[in-house]
Structure formats: C-alpha cells, structure tokens
Design a protein around this ligand. Structure first.
Ligand code: ADP
Length: 574
C-alpha cells in the first residue's frame, strides 16, 4: 500500500506512510460522525417498539457525551495527521525537487526550462499540497465508509439496499468512461498554460530588444494566440467535466425515488421483516448518502486534474542527476579532451571527435566561426554537460566521475552572460569567495578596474545594483564578474572574451585585469579578437564541431587555413 502511494503520488516513503495514517484517521473520524445518528435510531427504536421508560434516558445522555469526546479527540488527531504531516511532505517534495535541480547538468538551465522548473516547484507542488491535505484523504475515507455502510445495509435489508445503491455503479461507470478523455485535455491545458508563462517570461527578459526593434505587436499577437488556445481548451475541459459530473449527479439522484417507491411497495405488500422503522431508516440514509458521494465524484475530478502535475514532478525527479566523488585532488590542472563526441538533443552532433590539451600555465584559445562549438567545449570542460563519447580529464582524472560542485571549485568562469544579484556591488563580488575579508574584496575590485564606476555610485561599493545589475552597463557587469574570478583565484580560468560592451579605454584596463587573473593558470579562452590570440600559447580552431587546425599562433599564421584568413580579415579591418 505504502509503495502504491509512493508510485502513484510521487511521495517519499515517510510521506506515503503519513498519508496512509491520514486516511485511517479520517475514516475513523467519519465513522465517529455516525455514532450520534446511530444512537438516535437506537433511542427511537426503543421508544417506538417498547415505549421509553423515564429511567432509560440517562445512559443515552452519557453515551452522547462520550461520543462527542471521542469525536473531538479523533478530529484533533486527524487534523494533525492530515494537515501538519502532509504539509511536511510537501516541504520535503519541494526540497527534493530543488536538490534535483542542484544535481542537474548546469547547462540544463536554459530560459525556457527555468520557467517550467520553477512552475513545477511552486505551482505544481502547491496544487498537490492543497489537494492532498483537503481532498484525497477525505475521498479515500468516504469511499471506505460508503463500502462499509453498504455491506451493513445489505445484511440488514438487501432489497432496499439494491434500491439505494444501484445508481452508484452506473454513475461511476459514466464518470470513469470519460476520465481518459479528460486526462488528455488536461495535459493539453497544462502545456498551454506553461507556454503562456514562458511567453510572458521571455517578453520580460527581452523587453529592451522587443522595444528597440518594435516587436511589441508580434509578441502581443503570439501571447494572444496562446491565451486564445488556452481559453478554448479550458472551456472544453470545463464543459467536459461539467457534463460528466452533472450526468453522474443526475443518475445518483434517481436513488431517492427508487428507495421511496421500493419501500412503499414493500410496505403495501406487507413483507414480514419490513417495518415502518426500516423504511424510515432507509429514507434517512437515502436523503444523506448521495451528497458525500457527489463530493467523491468532485474529488475524483480534482484528482484527474492533479495527475498531470504529479507526472511532471515525477518526470523532474527522474531527470538524470550528475553525481561523483567529492574527493578530488588532481596532480595538475591540465584539461584534456580525448575523442569527445557531444550532442545537445541527440539529433545533431555538436562536437565530433574533439581532442586537445589545455596545459596548466598556458593560455589555450578557442577560435573559429560562430556556432563552431567553442562555448560548448568550454562548458564541457567544467562538466556543464556530460559527454556522449570519449573523455574529458582534469589532471588525468575523468571529470565525469567528479561531483560537479567539487569540480567547479577549481574553475573561475567569466562568460558573456554575467549573472548579478540584487544586492550591493561588494556582495556581488564576494560571491567569488564567501569568506573573503572586505580588504580582499576591495583589492579584487581594484584589480578588475571596478573602482572607477563604483566611486560614482551614490553609496560606492554598498550601492544596490538592481535585479541582475540593471543599473550597470555591460562593461561594468563584466568587470564585477572578473573581480569575482580574481577573488576566487581558482586554478582554471574559463573566459569568454566578449569585449563588445567595452570602450577602448576600459578594454585595455580589463586586459590588465585579465593578465593579473590568468598568470600561471590553465586558461581556456573563447577568443574573439586576434590580439588576444596572438598572445595565446596554443590555438584550437573549431568549425562545425570539429577541430580543423591546432598549434601555436606562429605555426598557424603561416599555414593557409582558417586561422590565417581570420587574422588577415581582422588586420584588414583595423
Ligand atoms: P560557438 O561558441 O562556437 O559560437 P556553440 O558551442 O555556442 O558555438 O554552439 C555550437 C552549436 O550548438 C550551435 O549549432 C548551437 O546552435 C548549438 N547549441 C548551443 N547551445 C545549445 C543548447 N543549449 N541547446 C541546443 N543546442 C545548442
């Protein structure tokens, strides 16, 4: 049973056990709700059959008090087991999803995936939590109670029980037959909802570009299209659920007239074991029992809606995690690619049979046409993804066997897309090394040429820089990123030398900062300018995912290849 809950509801073992307990206590609570009416019937039975001697009221009063005490205690236990425990499980599920995120390949986090992942952690987990605390234990308990009740009533009077219960299987059949169909619409609805969040997120991310290229209308049109499709599917879904539930309700409602007619008929025929009291009892039951059953159908509908979300959570938990040893002491910091093959999505091969070594103490420059695979190589060297074929080693150790966080301690990464937090300049630089003193942070900032712009900010280094550093220019953001790398002082530097956002003066300052940063380290640089390339120790030219030339700049310059023609082109542009 516990395994069953774990599987279908993506729960932890502890959560599934708590869930089982919650169902148990809810069932007991619901059973206890029946004690006062049963007592009432007993009292009435005694009164009707044998009169009610005055002295016999007292035990009923005492029993009523005891029953209320039992109900109170059960209500407390049920509340604790259902709400407190299930919220605990929900917190566990969120932490588990977040842990999965931590262990996913870093490069997994494209913009599109991030909105999807955060929606899963926030929206899906909230919906699941809500339904698990407010609906599902109650649903299970209601089904158990109705079954128990049905068995008792069948023993008591099977003809009346058939009159009472024949509607249930018919209504359930109608309901479940359309369930599959609803599940499909629900999945479509869910996907469309995600598309809308993605469009909105994309628009917010690209708001500057959209405005500067007058693309507002095109974006609005796309969003409207998505919203229209969502609305249509939503209406179809609501209609389906509405028709389906109402049809089931109507069938259930036929139960009461059947009980009235059957009872009247039995009384009229004067069957020996059918008294007015039995008739009355069945009428009371028939007037009460269908409402909770309808509630069950409603709850089943919520459960169907939940399935897509649970599946998404399961999918996320099943994503391949990156794991490995946390003890990593390489002999040196040479990065070595041995016959590496790699593709992002399995269809197009991005890297083919790539082999080269970036030696410690040397600058290795990756050059070549755009889309050739330079960033991919840089990212694979830090295990942002795992390779499909061949090996990447660091100091002779296969990096696919090293825990990604442990591995990344050895890397300083300065890429084009700098991520900054909405805190002070100081805190953003300190991200490079959490325990750095103020003096060390300021020294790194000075080396990275941050002084000049920080001194102009109204609170200097303590100025809050806005979400993702929106109040800073591209060059300033990059200098913060370099300061972080200087502070971290890791033995390997990955550098995307994007200098487009820098003016000439800043560029030369940044060059100074970089030479400070890179001295004596393993440097893998995605080189855009030929000036940098000229100072590199080793050049790797990538085209269409393959290494087409490799050697020192001097060697390559005299060959009549891509590198020589790139040099020529840039020289003629200057
Ligand atoms: P370069 O840095 O030389 O410009 P990249 O390594 O960025 O080249 O890209 C190599 C190829 O891989 C390109 O065709 C690019 O479209 C593709 N690519 C890059 N990143 C991804 C990604 N996250 N998912 C799918 N394809 C990608």
């Amino acid at each position: 049973m516990i395994k069953h809950f774990q599987n279908i509801y993506a729960m932890s073992e502890e959560g599934a056990r708590d869930f089982g307990k919650s169902i148990f206590w809810t069932t007991l609570l619901y059973l206890s709700f029946m004690l006062p009416p049963v007592l009432g019937f007993k009292f009435l039975d005694e009164y009707l059959v044998s009169g009610n001697p005055a002295g016999r009221v007292q035990p009923y009063l005492i029993l009523t008090a005891i029953f209320f005490a039992i109900m109170f205690v059960l209500a407390y236990i049920q509340y604790d087991s259902t709400y407190t425990r299930i919220y605990g499980e929900s917190a566990r599920q969120r932490l588990n999803l977040a842990e999965t995120l931590r262990k996913l390949p870093l490069a997994f986090f494209g913009k599109k995936d991030i909105s999807d992942l955060s929606a899963t952690i926030m929206e899906d987990a909230t919906a699941v939590e809500q339904i698990f605390s407010h609906t599902i234990p109650q649903l299970y308990a209601s089904v158990i109670i109705v079954c128990l009740f049905a068995v008792m009533l069948f023993i008591y009077n099977w003809i009346m029980s058939i009159a009472l219960f024949w509607v249930v299987p018919v209504a359930a059949l109608v309901f479940f037959l359309s369930r599959k169909f609803q599940g499909r619409t629900q999945k479509r609805l869910y996907d469309q909802n995600r598309n809308i969040s993605e469009s909105v997120q994309e628009e917010l991310d690209l708001i500057h570009e959209i405005k500067s290229y007058n693309r507002e209308e095109a974006f609005a049109e796309r969003l409207n299209g998505n919203l229209d499709r969502y609305e249509k599917t939503l209406m179809t879904q609501e209609l389906l659920i509405g028709v389906n539930i109402n049809l089931s309700y109507m069938i259930l409602k036929l139960g009461l007239p059947t009980v009235i007619l059957t009872g009247a008929f039995l009384l009229y025929r004067g069957t020996a074991d059918f008294s007015v009291f039995t008739y009355l009892a069945f009428l009371v039951v028939a007037s009460r029992i269908y409402a909770p059953m309808m509630q069950c159908f409603d709850d089943f509908a919520s459960l169907i809606m939940l399935n897509v979300r649970i599946n998404r959570m399961k999918e996320m938990e099943a994503m391949p995690r990156q794991t490995g040893t946390t003890v990593f002491e390489p002999q040196n910091y040479d990065i070595c690619f041995n016959n590496v093959d790699f593709s992002y999505r399995g269809d197009v091969q991005t890297l083919k049979n790539v082999s080269f070594t970036a030696k410690q103490g040397e600058v290795t420059a990756l050059v070549g046409p755009s889309g050739g695979g330079k960033s991919t190589v840089a990212k694979l060297s830090a295990r942002f993804w795992d390779v499909d074929g061949g090996r990447v080693t660091l100091g002779g150790e296969d990096i696919s066997l090293v825990d990604p966080e442990t591995l990344l301690e050895n890397f300083s990464i300065v890429f084009q897309d700098v991520t900054l937090f909405n805190s002070s300049v100081m805190d953003n630089i300190r991200l490079g090394r959490k325990d750095a003193s103020d003096e060390e942070v300021l020294e790194a900032a000075r080396l990275a040429q941050c002084e000049e712009f920080a001194s102009k900010l109204h609170d200097g280094y303590d100025t809050l820089i806005g979400e993702n550093g929106e109040r800073l220019s591209g060059g300033e953001r990059q200098r913060i990123s370099i300061a972080r790398a200087i502070l971290k002082n890791a033995p390997i530097i990955l550098l995307d030398e994007a200098t487009a956002s820098l003016d000439a003066e800043n560029e030369s300052k940044i060059q100074q900062a970089l030479s400070e940063l890179t001295r004596g380290k393993t440097v893998l640089i995605i080189a855009h300018r030929m000036r940098t390339v000229a100072h590199a120790d080793n050049i790797v030219v990538l085209k269409e995912g393959q290494i087409v030339e490799t050697g020192t700049p001097e060697d390559l310059a005299v060959q009549n290849g891509i590198f020589a023609s790139m040099m020529e082109r840039q020289n003629s542009e200057v």
